[in-house]
Design a protein around this ligand. Sequence first.
Ligand code: NAP
Length: 254
Amino acid sequence: MYEDLKGKVAIITGSRRGMGRTHALMLAQAGSKVIVSDISQEDCQKVVKEIEKAGGEALAIKCDVTKKEEIDEMVKKTVEKFGKLDILVNNAGIVQFKTFLEMTEQEWDKTLDINLKGYFLCAQAAAKEMVKQKSGVIINIASVAMGQQGIGMANIVQYCASKGGIAGMSEALAMELAPYNIRVNVISPGMIETPMIDSVKEDPKMMEAMLARVPMHRVAKPEEVSNLVLFLASNASSYMTGSLVVIDGGWLAG
Ligand code: NAP
């Protein structure tokens, strides 16, 4: 499946753990050369070891997505090592719970810097390479908490704003990058079993209240989202750009 992913070069931000890790493992399994990138080089190296053990090819690069110089360096090292860059998965993100009335300007800025500005900076650095080769794929991970057609969630106003920003930004990027044969799509996951939802799981009442809104009544495994990453990264989705795909066990439909 997805034969064309063989030999492709993919950067996945925030891939030391959680969904980013499974995106990296599964892209490598499909034959892509993968850059495992996050703020901890040591943890990225562990994922690289896993990939190599399974027969794949990968490189660990420390990159804080709030730092433009680290992003530029990551793209430069990728091209030096593998000669090109075909796929970017903008995945790094944080969530911090706080009521709107108590949220500080610093807390707002921190989330927006990572979840939205980081996506912009990584997409721009990657696209500058992709434009040269006249092909590429950018996949931006948003969330069902993204505004308009999404789910309003209390106590994470800054997170919702960042994810809504990703949806809007991605449509604009799809318009500007289509002439260069670069496709840009968004995945909006519902509740996925990663360390990000640990604090929700610690509160069984909150967990049950959230699951009550999900028709499939369960959280997803990260691999279920990675399957979608593979589809959007491959030629199987060759006519898709500017699309937003929701993967949420029916949450939005409910
Ligand atoms: P996760 O396990 O917390 O993974 C996110 C990774 O991003 C972590 O390794 C984190 O490192 C890293 N990161 C944070 N700040 C960074 C920075 N400045 N530069 C580089 N990496 C950074 O969470 P996840 O659930 O896999 O989330 C992946 C993406 O899916 C996020 O964009 C998230 O918003 C989105 N999402 C998740 C869910 C869900 O239910 N899990 C639902 C919808 C959308 P640290 O741990 O050190 O911060």
